[in-house]
Design a protein around this ligand. Sequence first.
Ligand code: DGL
Length: 278
Amino acid sequence: MRQISDRRDLPIGVFDSGVGGISVLREAMAVLPGERFLFYGDTANAPYGEKPADLIRNLTLRATGELIARGVKALLVACNTATAAGISELRSRYDIPVLGMEPALKPAMANQPGYVVVMATPATLHLDKFCTLLSRFHDADRVFPLPCPGLARLIETGGPGSAVVADALRSFLSSISVVPRAIVLGCTHYSFIAQDIAALMPGTAIYDGNRGTALHLRHTLERGGLLCERPALSPRAAFLSSDGSANTQALWERFTLMDSPTIPKADPGDFSWGCFSV
Ligand code: DGL
């Protein structure tokens, strides 16, 4: 018989600097219908992508510490930047499963024979983790890293489909000197603008790592005997932010319920609003 204190009943902690993590949260909720989630966005310190590595690591440790302190059975770092800067330290600190994000280069390289562009924050592309990822491919010379400073912020302020996002994308994409077969979205914020990118790059395949990461989380929970399989009672997800403002709450409601052809639909009843600050 299951006890109330069963670790399986604890929520899964999901962390990002801001709304990007919501694209991963929605995927994880679709793949794990029996699970509850606690989402933390470090809105007071976002964006992370143009900050120095040490600062990103410290912010990541502090933010994820807030989730750990509330009791989570697994931690999903739904941010490529924070993963690149801090995942090793998180794994050595905590004895629960800790999963991170990395650009989905593997499926793009396996399925697309031409040039592959990786759009990500400057920090993600400059940290060692990305070099290590590249070193796994004998044909890494067909990978073009494309740092997109400021894009995550514009996605939050302007939103998908906005003129500011389209202008910024035009300017970033015009610096690519090759015709890519694929674009890998190496920042979880960018999943929300996959359509905007597709509109500017018709015929180019677009990849993100959200689905793969959600499935990996499912396997990890299964293997560890931590998976909840009965459908969870609503609300299934609650929110914490480091600024706790009404603006943040409104922004998160918008991104949580926003229609997108590439991100699973969310049911408004699945979320507990009134995100509180920490
Ligand atoms: N969504 C994040 C990522 O995947 C971070 C964006 C930022 O804070 O700059 O990299």
